[in-house]
Every structure is written in C-alpha cells, then in structure tokens.
Design a binder for this molecule. Structure first.
Ligand code: MEV
Length: 440
C-alpha cells in the first residue's frame, strides 16, 4: 500500500531516497543501487541537475544522437537529437543525405509574434469598459517599463494590447489579449511578468475610474498567462526536386513514388485518425531537437496540435504536390523557441547542442527544428508507401530487445547478422538467443 508523507520536500536527497526505497520496493538496496548508478561523479554537475527541479533523486538518461548532412538554405548542419525511439535518428540522417544531393531544404520564418492574456470578470457596461481600457492603455506600457527595458533595447517588447469581449462564451468574461516580440528568448517569464503587471494596473485603475459604478470598479482577475498557441510564430520548411530525381536505387520510378507519396499526404489531410499518426512522425523529429536544445517540447507539442486543428478538423501539418514535373513537400508550423535564457545557458549538453548548430538565433533554430520535422515525415512516408515501416523499424528495435535480454557483444554480432535475412519479431529474437545460448 502507498504511504503518504508530510515535509518530504524538506528532507535531504538521501533521506528522500531512503523513504522511497523503503516504502515502495521489495528490495530497497537494489532500488537504491539503480538510482545511484545514474548519479554523476562530478558533484558540481550533479548538483546542477539536482537543482533544475524539485525532489530530484537521480538523473534520467536519454541518448543524444546526431544527424549530419542537413543542407538548409545552402548551409550544412549536423542536428542534435535527444530521443529514446530507435530509427528516428537513422531516418533523419538518411533523409538529410537524400535531400542534400537534391539541393537541400529551404526554410523561412514567416512571423515571430507570441501571445499572452489576462482573463478577467467585469460586471457592467461594455462601452464603459472599452473607454476605460483606451484611457489606461498607455499605462500598461508605462507600468511594465522596468520589465521591458532590456527587451526594448534589443528591438523586442510588447507589440499591442487589445480588449476582447468574451461574454458570448462566458457571462462577464473579458480578456486583455497582448502580443509580444521576445527575440531570442522563448519569452515565457518575460510575457508572464508583463501580464501580471497588466492585471495589477487593470485592477487598481478600475478602482478610481470615475465613470464606473461601485460594482464596475470591482474587476476580478481570474488569471494571467502566456498562450502556447502561437499561430503567428510560424516557420516554413520545404523540399522540392524533379519527379524523376526522386528515385534512389531504381526499385520504384520517381513518378510512382511521387504519386503514392502525395496520396499518403492527402489521406492525412482528410482523415484525422491518420493525421494524428502522420503528425506524430513529424513530432519525432521536432521534439528530439527541441529537447536537445533545452526548449519546452510540451509547449511546442500543444501549440502544434492546436494549429493542426485550426480549421475545426484535425489535419496534416505537411503538404505535397506534383506540378509541371516537380515534386514539392512542405510544412508550416508554429513554435516558440529560445536560444537564450532557461536551460540554454545552464545545461552543458544544451550548450554543446547549440554550439553544434552554429549558435543559432531563435529564428534560425525554428528553421532547423522545422526541417527535422519535415525530414522525419518524409522518411516515414517513404517507408510506409514503399517497403512498409516495420522492416527498418524492427531492425533497429532488434538492438533494444537484445539489450533487454542482456546479450553480450558476440551474441549481438551473431544475431544482427542472422536477422539481416530474417524477419525480426520479439519472439523470433528470444528464440534465436535461447538457441544460441544452448549451443554455447
Ligand atoms: C512512429 O514513431 C512514427 C510513424 O508512425 C509516423 C507515420 O506513420 O507517419 C512511422
């Protein structure tokens, strides 16, 4: 039975571990050993990681892989990817090479505006509220001067603040809907600090606004928070080549491949069940780079999927066409990324990943991330419409199964060779290793 505890956060790390292993594990010593084997010997480095979050008991490793040969707007990149799923990095590398030989990826940042909102309740006349808003609007900017000073110096800041009437959705509900330019910062702290100041200004100015009745003066702030929906922070990535150049090893003609590929994308455009999986494949690439560069992949995920539903029906993020003998495959996606602030200056592997990417601006990073997503989608659709996904996937998965059964180097070598010509299934691998072990 699970136990409850009070004052857990105040315990030392080792006391926390003692409580966990003694309360939840049949073999406390073994559980402790597993936790401790992931601690870093470098105490300073371990402390840095301990302090990223609360109640840290150990580190959770993910592999950091790299996919070289990404030609983006004529500049070569090796892209860092932090991900646990086999074949994603291999697929990225293969696609990078394929498109490098066909002119590479072209990308463009379309817009970089981010959004934040103060949600509030006001009981009274809308026209009066509107007049009040217009009267105090300059004060919102003035009262946030201390917060926006540095950002403004660099060319960013608060772009605009609107009053939005939402009373058709919820009685008495209004918003301050603000737009921001946060340059190379993801901007969450900056935006939230501005919003909380807007809320204070709104509430206090209302108390002394002469036109308001006693009730109208009592503006009730519900919350102030940035939005992770960033449809105006948009990046485009694209590849194209002559249809006949799409063929690689002569197994399928460029025309057949292009037609099947376009059909597959069309299906994802009209069929939500397929669109979700199609977009999941895109996110395999996107999340891996977002994570490697210390950005918030949950924010990116939430925003991207909301964008995929903006028409009212969930649909494909990517599109493809064949026109005048030219195959074009592209995608426009929203994402708010930072290359300064947050983990970017703290986590040694994030710093390393950013240096590997030529120390990009946030706009440059948006383009790299979009390319990783498009490449992943291309690789998935290429497999799905030709050999099927399992062939490549299970080969990569083989290593995971072998590791699960603690295969040694020789066993790995023997079975990798064996499964070059045999179908990988979980059972087949287990049988093969058992047979091998009996023989030896
Ligand atoms: C698996 O992680 C991703 C795919 O399912 C994507 C797709 O179906 O397009 C292969």
């Amino acid at each position: 039975m699970s136990k409850s505890i009070s004052g857990f956060s105040k315990l030392s790390k080792s006391k926390k571990i003692d409580w966990i292993v003694n309360s939840y594990f049949s073999n406390a010593e073994d559980a402790k050993r597993v936790l401790k084997q992931y601690w870093n010997n470098n105490e300073k480095l371990q402390q840095l990681h301990d302090e990223f979050i609360e109640n840290t008991i150990t580190n959770y490793y993910l592999p950091l892989g790299v996919a070289p040969n990404f030609l983006i707007n004529n500049k070569l990149y090796t892209i860092p990817m932090a991900i646990e799923e086999s074949s994603v990095v291999a697929a990225a590398s293969k696609t990078a090479k394929f498109w490098m030989e066909r002119g590479g990826f072209r990308t463009k940042v379309i817009s970089t505006t981010k959004i934040g909102q103060v949600h509030f309740m006001y009981v009274g006349d809308f026209e009066k509220l509107n007049q009040f808003f217009n009267a105090i609007k300059p004060k919102f900017f003035k009262d946030t001067d201390a917060i926006t000073k540095n950002m403004k110096k660099r060319g960013g800041g608060i772009l605009d603040i609107e009053l939005r009437n939402k009373t058709n959705d919820i009685k008495n509900y209004y918003q301050l809907h603000a737009s921001f330019e946060t340059l190379d910062a993801m901007g969450a702290n900056f935006i939230n600090s501005c919003l909380e100041q807007f809320a204070k200004t709104l509430r206090s100015e209302a108390l002394t606004f002469e036109m308001f009745s006693k009730e109208e003066k009592q503006i009730d702030i519900v919350m102030s928070i940035l939005s992770n929906y960033v449809p105006d922070c948009l990046v485009r990535a694209e590849v194209s080549c002559k249809v006949e150049d799409l063929t690689e090893n002569g197994t399928i003609s460029g025309e057949t491949f292009a037609n099947k590929f376009v059909q597959a994308v069309r299906i994802a455009e009209v069929e939500p069940y397929r669109a979700v999986t199609h977009n999941k494949g895109i996110m395999n690439g996107i999340d891996a780079v977002v994570l490697a560069t210390g950005n918030d992949f949950r924010a990116v995920e939430a925003g991207v999927h909301a964008y995929a539903s903006r028409s009212g029906r969930y649909t494909s993020l990517s599109h493809a066409k064949v026109e005048n003998g030219v195959f074009t495959f592209w995608m426009e996606i929203p994402m708010a990324l930072g290359t300064v602030g947050g983990l970017t200056g703290l986590h040694p592997l994030v710093k390393l990943s950013l240096e590997l990417l030529h120390k990009p601006t946030a706009s440059e990073l948006m383009q790299v991330v979009a390319v990783a997503g498009l490449a992943q989608n291309f690789a998935a659709l290429r497999s799905l419409t030709t050999t099927g996904i399992q062939e490549g996937h299970m080969k990569m998965h083989l290593m995971n199964i072998l590791n699960q059964v603690e295969a040694n180097d020789l066993e790995k070598q023997t079975l990798t060779a064996y499964f070059k010509n045999n179908t990988v299934t979980h059972n087949a691998v287990i049988e093969a290793i058992n047979e091998l072990r009996v023989k030896n």
